[in-house]
Write a protein that binds this ligand. Structure first.
Ligand code: G3P
Ligand code: CA
Length: 239
């Protein structure tokens, strides 16, 4: 039985420009069961899908995402050396993913800038597209996850963290989260077992190495967030 879910981190970002529709569509073809995407708000308050707070690394624009309207952002190229690929709005991603069977892990990128009413906007959109049963909200901003749980008591949330947290199941409970999303380096079998004993899930990021993937799968991890979902599926099916 396949107990581990493979999430394509920023889409199939090992091969395609991250957080673009081409990358998400390639993730679906690769056999991923879910995609992960990063969300911020444009100057006019529209949820847009881009990782960095600035445009400089992944697009032909410069400056902060928050200083551009959604229309201005749509005119930029996030395809880099590939072909033209726009910065998608969250609405575009939801319109595409909704008829598929994919799970969606939305990371709210609101640690540096506490975007006004970001949680309300994203949750409303998820409900509009009837994606509430296939969506996991994650963030490094754990206060934001508490806010999500207050707005939607049924929302699945998961704190992202890099350095190990003592008794992370207690921490998840305090946040009203259903899972933890640690960096894979802080994951071992004992941690997975303990988190499971307390009825929470563990999904590790960002795992690209096949032998590490196999080890995590053999330990019964619930999810692997990877740039290379094809490799993830391959490892999963070899087990
Ligand atoms: O979901 C895990 C991962 O996306 C967190 O880190 O910086 O790639 O968004 P980052
Ligand atoms: Ca992310």
């Amino acid at each position: 039985m396949l107990v581990t879910t493979i999430f394509a981190h920023r889409g199939y970002s090992a091969k395609y420009p991250e957080n673009t529709m081409v990358s998400f569509k390639a993730a679906l073809k690769s056999g991923a069961q879910g995609i992960e995407c990063d969300v911020q708000l444009s100057k006019d308050g529209i949820p847009v899908v881009i990782h960095d707070e600035t445009l400089n690394r992944t697009t032909n624009g410069i400056g902060f995402v928050k200083d551009y309207t959604a229309k201005q952002l749509a005119s930029l190229n996030a395809g880099r050396r590939f072909h033209h690929a726009a910065i998608p709005t969250l609405k575009e991603v939801l319109a595409w993913i909704s008829p598929t069977n994919l799970l969606l892990n939305i990371e709210l990128k609101n640690k540096k800038f506490p975007y006004n009413e970001m949680e309300e906007k994203v949750i409303t959109m998820i409900h509009d597209f009837q994606m509430e049963n296939r969506t996991i909200y994650s963030s490094f901003n754990h206060d934001s996850l508490i806010k999500i749980a207050k707005i939607d008591a049924n929302a699945e949330t998961a704190p992202l963290y890099k350095k190990p947290i003592p008794s992370p199941w207690r921490y998840a409970k305090a946040l009203r989260a259903s899972a933890i999303h640690p960096n894979y380096r802080s994951v071992n079998k004992e941690l997975i077992d303990k988190v499971h004993d307390h009825h929470f899930k563990v999904r590790a990021y960002t795992v690209n190495n096949a032998s590490i993937m196999k080890k995590l799968i053999s330990w019964g991890i619930d999810g692997i967030i990877t740039d290379d979902p094809y490799r993830g599926r391959f490892c999963l099916e070899q087990m």
